[in-house]
Design a binder for this molecule. Structure first.
Ligand code: PEP
Ligand code: MN
Length: 365
């Protein structure tokens, strides 16, 4: 069973944009109380409070979370802020403990999403339970794994689902702790219309500076919320000290972000309507031209077959690639876009011609 593509029978349905704040890890009851009190003081009450209780560490020896005891401290959040709490679960035992302590929302971390065995184990533990689940993207940029984890939850009856975009591990990109690869969350939203995707700039950037820029991009792209790690004394945090911000800074950030309106739930205005009509018309023209181009490609294919020529000719390919890219760049299209577009068209052309050759020539043994 997959989340339905048309009818939105799943989702958290929380306010948009949804702000999730709270520390990377719960450390002590005093720490939780202090963060809550500073959130109140600075008038920045998130919709949901996050805290890691079990920390999946890349290497052993670093702080691995306070464990079950920390779940009791979540009462402080409920008493002080009156908001739901979310914690990360990595296995069935975590699920059982979190549910026992009435944790309102569960999340699955990036290191767990990569492992279908672990995700399935969590799903089984949740069968028949009505609790919202948020799933972080896997460490590697594999959309299928991310979707697979959401599907595994849906299949056991969890329909209150959301995704968290926390970026992807990349050994070569030093700007980010985890590279955003914006096409991934966008693709997820395209595949499953209405899927709520919350951006986690903290784990993308890995430092305090740059958080705002990523958070703003997320809102510009139309993502549905932000999860930002918040600590009253970030430098002394027991995990992810470099990237956490104070409640005061969280407030400043949220105040300075420009939240765009999502068009999904409103009537497009007239101007936008006209512009979209123009785009529809241009797309029709684009399709006509592509159809015409492939007709000619098929004629070339027939000629190659007749004269026993190979489908791929590297000189010609290079010339097409270089000349079109140059023309495209002059028309303000990026070189990367031109190359990707030409690769895509060329691949389809080569496939068609190769199929033509096979159709008339039986395979000789
Ligand atoms: C976290 O949210 O603190 C965390 C461990 O995140 P991720 O799973 O994205 O690495
Ligand atoms: Mn963290």
């Amino acid at each position: 069973m997959k989340p339905h593509k048309q009818i939105k029978d799943w989702g958290l349905g929380l306010s948009n944009p949804m702000i999730i704040g709270g520390p990377c890890s719960a450390e002590t009851p005093e720490q939780i109380a202090q963060i809550c009190s500073e959130m109140k003081e600075n008038q920045i009450i998130p919709q949901v409070f996050r805290a890691g209780i079990w920390k999946p560490r890349t290497r052993p020896g670093s702080f691995e979370g306070v464990g079950e005891e920390g779940l009791k401290w979540m009462e402080i959040v409920r008493d002080e802020l009156h908001i739901p709490v979310t914690v990360e679960v990595g296995n069935a035992a975590h699920v059982e403990m979190a549910l026992k302590h009435n944790i309102e929302i569960l999340w699955i971390g990036a290191r767990t999403t990569v492992n279908p065995f672990a995700v399935q184990e969590i799903a089984e533990a949740l069968r028949g339970v009505d609790v919202p689940v948020m799933i972080k993207n896997p460490m590697n940029p594999d959309l299928e794994l991310w979707m697979g984890a959401l599907e595994r939850m849906y299949a056991v009856g969890i329909t209150k689902l959301a995704a968290i975009h926390r970026g992807f591990s990349d050994a070569y990109d030093k700007r980010y702790r985890n590279k955003p690869n914006w096409s991934m969350p966008i693709h997820l939203k395209r595949e499953w219309t209405g899927m709520e995707v919350i951006n986690d700039p903290s784990h993308i950037v890995g430092r305090r500076d740059g958080l705002l820029e990523v958070a703003q991009s997320a809102m510009n792209f139309g993502l549905d919320g932000l999860m930002i790690e918040t600590h009253h004394d970030p430098d002394k945090a027991w995990s992810d000290a470099k990237q956490q911000v104070t409640p005061r800074r969280l407030k400043e950030m949220i105040d300075s972000i420009e939240f765009k309106q999502s068009l999904e739930n409103m009537k497009p205005d007239e101007k936008l309507f006209d512009l979209r009509r123009a785009v529809d018309h241009l797309d029709d023209q684009l399709l006509d031209i592509l159809q015409e181009r492939f007709t000619v490609i098929d004629q070339i294919g027939a000629h190659k077959r007749e004269h026993n020529l190979t489908v791929f000719q590297s000189d010609r390919w290079k010339e097409v690639m270089d000349s079109r890219t140059e023309k495209g760049v002059k028309k303000q299209l990026s070189e990367k876009f031109m190359k990707e577009l030409l690769y895509c068209i060329h691949e389809e052309s080569v496939k068609r011609q190769e199929r033509q050759l096979r159709e008339v020539e039986p395979i000789h043994k």
